[in-house]
Design a protein around this ligand. Structure first.
Ligand code: ZN
Length: 104
């Protein structure tokens, strides 16, 4: 899937209400993302974004594109859209991240 395809899929997952903030402290923020009846956990920390299912390592260090950075799957993009919403994008934002909801 192309970068644009992953962003579009992430946006759709977000718009359909499939993303929930489930944990946050000073070092980590985690989102639960549901896609095709499967559950994903996206973690954001000082190292970047990581999905518990999609293989970051495989994509990050492909010899042909050996330029580092994180691989971002559609679930990571979905989490970014949710984070933007929680931060109040397009409205006067606060610098506080809202409290995490219990994972159901
Ligand atoms: Zn993923």
């Amino acid at each position: 899937m192309s970068v644009q395809g992953r962003i579009q899929k992430g946006h759709k997952l977000f718009l359909q209400g499939n993303v929930d903030l489930v944990f946050e402290d000073e070092t980590m923020i985690q989102f639960h993302v549901k896609s095709n009846e499967k559950d994903y956990l996206v973690s954001i920390n000082t190292n970047g974004f990581r999905c518990n299912e999609c293989e970051d390592w495989t994509y990050r260090w492909k010899p042909s594109t050996n330029n580092g950075g994180s691989f971002l799957c559609s679930h990571c993009y979905a989490a970014m859209f949710k984070l933007a919403e929680l931060q109040g994008v397009n409205s006067p934002a606060t610098l506080e991240i809202p409290q995490a909801k219990e994972m159901s």
